[in-house]
Design a protein around this ligand. Sequence first.
Ligand code: ZN
Length: 158
Amino acid sequence: MSATSGTVERMSDKVPNSHPALEKYVKGRYDEPELPGDYGRVHAVFDAEPDTPPKKKPSYFECGSTDAACGARVRVILPMTFDLCEDNACARCVELARIWQRDPDECMRLIQSRHDRWRAREDQRRERDEMLDALAKFHRDQERDLERKTKPQRDFGI
Ligand SMILES: [Zn+2]
């Protein structure tokens, strides 16, 4: 491609071993997954194996999803190559795709470390919730206890 060709050719900057990915698909006439008319935000997924054969058709995740580079849950992976100049490209995915272009190992390390961080945060949140639950139960028990102790004991001794 020549930058001096003078045509108004759309800019493109394809990232090898990456694919655009979408958050949603639509259902076709026979309930089969289809590409939506509006792609919404376009994320990137990277081929962990560099020699993955090129895809010819979109991959749909009808059950569950997979993680895009930025961590967004995506349910469609398109067969083409992720383009940094894509109009609706997710900014975080573009940033990671640039790193992926330069240094795939570093990119994977960043994604993995974010994944670990998110999991650690989730664990923390769960621990805190469990603690709050235990605390709430403790308070309930105490109140019940107190109520029992301060209730007039008129049923006794008569
Ligand atoms: Zn993204």
